[in-house]
Design a protein around this ligand. Sequence first.
Ligand code: SAH
Length: 241
Amino acid sequence: MSAKIRLYVEHPLGQGQSVPLTREQAHYLFGVMRLSVGGQVALFNGQDGEWLAEVIEAGKRGGVLSCVEQSKPLQLPPDLWFLFGPIKKARTDFIVEKAAEMGAARIMPVQTEFTNSERIRQDRLQAHAVEATEQCGGTFVPEVADLQRLDRVLESWPEGRQLMFCDEAEVGSALRLAGNETDQPWAILIGPEGGFSERERARLAALPYSHVVSLGPRILRADTAAVAALTMWQQALGDWV
Ligand code: SAH
């Protein structure tokens, strides 16, 4: 048995577990998707894998589903943080969506010297990560952190976590990921539209856990660079193998 509609819920999932729906979820399932009692939905909550569930009660303002069987175990992504300097709204949304699809475990907007935005809507970005996970068949939802200053993040950097520093100054160079340090936690860093300052570049390159890489012979926009970097990392060290 399989269900086409996937829904993220903040509720425990398990054999026979009933799951109450919020007003928005009920509207989506019964109003938009036209499901009724007996209809099937795939549920996940980021912890218990994916569960096939059946509609038990369907109302305008609410409803209840009941878990039938587990349809997928929980699949955790590799321990990869994705750090990026937020840019314009639509492109930042795109970056969060793609990072969730590409299997980042944690998405961290960081304020760099040339980052324009001082604020992000963390709740909206988190909702994008949830939607992307619903869409791509994932069972784990990456956390989107609030905006933090890059220098603060570096000050409290966890021991052992490697950093793939995508530096536009390396455009056209042959610096790529070596493909070692496979058992370590990692992070990717992409700069904002304005790129990195010389001071940031020097500091980042000097970090003992930093691996400076080039993303090829052309300067990519930050949103393109995000997808390219995640592809490169997943291919060399992640779960594409
Ligand atoms: N305004 C800058 C470019 C910034 S591109 C300039 O003209 O130099 C935005 C981010 O994408 C960069 O900070 C970097 O992290 C990444 N990026 C884009 N192209 C890249 C490349 N060829 N190699 C490495 N990183 C790249």
